[in-house]
Write a protein that binds this ligand. Sequence first.
Ligand SMILES: *Cc1c(COP(=O)(O)O)cnc(C)c1O
Length: 415
Amino acid sequence: MLSLTDNQYQIQGIPLLDLAEKYGTPLYVYDTDRMQLQLKRLQEAFSGLPVRFKYACKALTNINILRLLHGWGVGIDAVSWEEVETAFRAGIPAQDIIMTPNCVSFSEVAQVVEKGVLVNIDNLSLLEQFGDHYGSKVPCCLRLNPHVVAGGNPQIQTGHIDSKFGISIYQLRHLLRIVENYQIQVIGLHMHTGSDIVDYRSFLQAAEVVYEAASHFSELQFMDFGSGFKVPYHPGQSETNIVELGQEVKKSFSSFCQKYGRDLELWFEPGKFFVSEAGYFLVTTNVVKQTPSTIFAGVNSGQNHLLRPMFYKSHHEILNITNPTGKPRIYNVVGYICEEDTFAIDRRIPSIKEGDVLCFLNAGAYCFSMSSNYNSRIKPAEVLLHKQQDYLIRKRENLEDLFRNQVIVDFESSQ
Ligand SMILES: *Cc1c(COP(=O)(O)O)cnc(C)c1O
């Protein structure tokens, strides 16, 4: 966990500035203690329930992260065949993986089913194809859309009426016809109502809708309540109250199981909750530029490496790890990409000079995994801190990586 000791920011006793020097910047750093703590918090919040966690690995896909989480008893939620293969590379067996794709072809589903992975089906067309192909031979899970709006940011809500995700609960009759017609074996019902859900009551509301639907399926083994667990991005900002959610879910799930007549497992698929606060992104200040309106701190990275501030207007705290306790001034922190590329506006940060290393917090989830090569910039390295040791878990890209798949045509000789 991050501490400020002897005027140095440290994680697991390792000064962040040392990592910046050793590996260079921009650099992603991940703290396994934090991931383990997050898992422990979830396990405690839902203790007493037959609960399983599936890490939504799109948040951070490094194989080492998947391996560690799996070693701690966590399965994988994948959204693409490539993520399924990533889980296999991490040594995770098919039975610990669920795939929850959206708008994929049946051939992608078939490819994954053939490897023994359970698929979560999210539209009726796919369900018909699934039934037509496998009948009752291959079990599946159904992603329902209970149409409960959860989460404050419309960009990351998935439960509303216009959402492309899940099978609308209003299509239940049609859904049941297909299931009966093909004798499809439905072993799980799933919902995922969005990200950053502050008010856990929306979970419970949506859960009621799914409990209701469950009475139509006699072979269920589990319910999957997705995720959307919010973490704090501002200091002191609220997060999903998982302790209260745990208590409430315990009540509602037990009474559901009683009515259903059998004990089912309860699954969750946190992505952000596991890794967001475990991640740190280190960048170096290239330019401090005073303009008539503000001071810009321009760093050696941008939306190519950390897109969330530009894409979602997300807030990431920024520390000056070279000058942790300096006198704060107001900065606009911007990147080097030829776009607006604004990380932060009017941010109070200890006085920044050129060459200072800045650190973005909450850089574990949807940061490296959303990075690109825009402006022909190479992607940063990733370092894992585990048991007081630092491990390089992804090399910094090099120039050749940019050209690897470009095909150079010989125009002269093809004429
Ligand atoms: C993205 C996703 C998650 C994880 O959401 P977080 O907000 O990161 O916890 C879980 N389930 C599904 C199906 C997803 O697509």
